[in-house]
Design a protein around this ligand. Structure first.
Ligand SMILES: [Mn+2]
Length: 439
C-alpha cells in the first residue's frame, strides 16, 4: 500500500486583509500539513499547485517554505509537486529552486515512483494552450498511477477543462487525478478513476467558510480517499437579518454572542432597518479582540440593483472581479498586474511596463489582442479561488481606490488603503539570484 497526503492551494505569502498575522497563518497551515505527514508516516506529500500566492514571494516567504520542506526532507518524505496558476513564472519556477536543493520533485510526464504508485504531473496550462496538449505520459511498471495537476476541471462546478477528456486521451491509465485550484474539496468518479480536489489549507477568501483540510489517498488494490482537517485561524461569520426597526445595536449584539478573540470576523447585513456605518461594527469587534473585522451591508447593494454580488468587505476581491469582467488578454492582465498590484515601486512602473510590452510583442505580436470573452485563460482567479494573483494586497493604487470609493461599498474604506511602499521593492527576491533564470 502507498499512502500519501494530497494537499495544495497553500498560498504562502498571501497577506490577507493586509495584516502580517494572516501572512504567517498561510505558512503555518503548510507546516501543520507537513508535520501531520511526518507524524502519520505517509509515503509522500503530493502538492497540486499554488504553493505560493503569487509569482513574487518575498525572501521570507521563500525561506519559511524552505524550512518546512527541510523538516519533511529530514523525515525522508518526498515532496512531489506541480506549478499552479498563481505562482507560475515564465521561465524557471520556484519549485525548481527547491528541487535543486533536493527538497522537492517537480512532477512531469515521466513517472516518479513511490511504493506501488507512479506519480505524474501536469502544471497549470492556460486555456488557449490546452488544445495542443497530447497527454502523452511515459509508461510505468507499478500497480497504480496518479496524475497531479492544477486547474478548474469538469465534472466539478465551474470546470473549464474536462478531466474525462484527459483520461480518454492519456497514454497512461490513472487510478486518481489529484487536483488543485478549486479551494473547495471534493471527489467524484469518472468510470474507474477518482477525481479529487484537496481544498485550500487556509481561507484565501471569506467565501471559504467550511473547515480547511487535505486528502489522504491510499493506493492498495483500490484507491481510497479520506479527509483530515487542518487547524486554522478562527473565522467568525455573523449573518444578520435586520427587522424594520432594528439597527446597529442589533448587529453589535449579534457579534457579541461570539468569542472573537484573535478571529477574523466577517459580518453580513441583510433585511430592513436603519442604515449602519460599518466602521462602528468593525470597531466593536476589534475592541472585543478580533484580529480583523469586515462588514458587508448587502442592503446597500440591493438598493443599487447590482446584478452581481460582490463582496466589498475586501476591496481586492472587488477589483479582481472587475478585472475579470473586462476580459483582458493574458498580456493585458500581466501589465495590469505590474501597474496596479505588483510590488514594483511606483517610480519604476513606467519603465517596467515598457519593458514588458516589448518582451510580449517580441514573444508574440498578437499577445496584446483582446481575449475572445471574459473568463478565458487570462482569468487568474474569479471562480477559481476568488483571489486572483492580481489582487496582491501590497499593491493597490488608483484602480483599487476607485473600486473602493466609487462603488456602494459596505466597508469603511479608510483602513483598507493598501500601503504602496517603495520599500517593499527591496524585499523582493528575484529567482535570478538563485537560478540565473530570466523572469
Ligand atoms: Mn489557489
Amino acid at each position: 500500500m502507498t499512502r500519501v497526503i494530497h494537499t495544495g492551494d497553500t498560498h504562502v505569502g498571501y497577506q490577507q486583509y493586509h495584516v502580517p498575522e494572516r501572512r504567517q497563518d498561510f505558512l503555518d497551515a503548510f507546516r501543520r500539513v507537513v508535520r501531520d505527514a511526518i507524524e502519520g508516516d505517509v509515503a509522500a506529500v503530493v502538492h497540486a499547485g499554488d504553493l505560493f500566492h503569487d509569482r513574487r514571494p518575498t525572501l521570507s516567504d521563500i525561506m519559511g517554505t524552505l524550512s518546512v520542506l527541510e523538516e519533511l526532507a529530514e523525515a525522508d518524505i518526498p515532496f512531489l509537486a506541480v506549478v499552479g496558476n498563481h505562482e507560475a513564472k515564465r521561465d524557471a519556477q520556484w519549485l525548481d529552486l527547491y528541487e535543486s536543493l533536493g527538497l522537492a520533485t517537480r512532477l512531469d510526464a515521466e513517472p516518479t515512483v513511490v511504493g506501488n504508485t507512479a506519480f505524474y504531473g501536469l502544471d497549470f496550462v492556460p486555456r488557449s494552450q490546452r488544445e495542443d496538449l497530447e497527454y502523452d505520459f511515459a509508461a510505468h511498471d507499478v500497480d497504480h498511477a496518479a496524475l497531479v495537476t492544477h486547474g478548474l476541471f469538469q465534472p466539478f462546478d465551474y470546470g473549464d477543462w474536462d478531466a474525462g477528456e484527459i483520461l480518454d486521451q492519456s497514454s497512461v491509465a490513472f487510478d486518481a487525478l489529484l487536483l488543485g485550484d478549486n479551494h473547495d474539496p471534493g471527489k467524484q468518479r469518472i468510470d474507474e478513476t477518482w477525481v479529487t480536489y484537496c481544498g485550500s489549507t487556509e481561507r484565501a477568501s471569506a467565501s471559504e467558510r467550511e473547515d480547511r483540510g487535505y486528502n489522504i489517498v491510499a493506493f492498495d488494490g483500490e484507491t481510497r480517499i479520506t479527509r483530515r482537517g487542518v487547524d486554522t485561524r478562527e473565522f467568525v461569520f455573523v449573518d444578520v437579518e435586520l427587522g424594520p426597526e432594528e439597527g446597529v445595536e442589533r448587529v453589535r449584539s449579534r457579534v457579541g454572542e461570539h468569542d472573537v478573540e484573535d478571529a477574523v470576523v466577517i459580518v453580513g447585513i441583510d433585511g430592513d432597518g436603519d442604515p449602519i456605518a460599518p466602521a462602528s461594527v468593525e470597531e466593536y469587534a476589534l475592541d472585543a479582540g478580533a484580529l480583523v473585522a469586515r462588514v458587508t451591508d448587502h442592503r446597500e447593494l440591493a438598493a443599487d440593483e447590482r446584478e452581481t454580488s460582490v463582496s466589498f468587505a475586501d476591496p481586492d476581491d472587488a477589483v479582481a472581479e472587475r478585472v475579470r469582467e473586462l476580459g483582458l488578454s493574458g498580456a493585458a492582465q500581466d501589465i495590469d498586474e505590474t501597474v496596479r498590484a505588483s510590488k514594483v515601486a511606483d517610480a519604476n512602473v513606467a519603465d517596467t511596463v515598457e519593458q514588458r510590452v516589448q518582451e510580449l510583442v517580441e514573444e508574440d505580436p498578437d499577445s496584446l489582442t483582446a481575449a475572445d470573452s471574459a473568463g478565458d485563460e487570462s482569468v487568474d482567479g474569479g471562480l477559481r479561488d476568488d483571489e486572483a494573483s492580481d489582487s496582491d494586497p501590497s499593491g493597490g493604487g488608483p484602480t483599487a481606490a476607485e473600486a473602493d470609493g466609487g462603488q456602494p461599498t459596505g466597508t469603511t474604506g479608510s483602513d483598507e488603503r493598501p500601503e504602496q511602499s517603495a520599500d517593499e521593492g527591496e524585499d523582493q527576491s528575484s529567482m535570478d539570484q538563485f537560478l540565473g533564470g530570466d523572469d
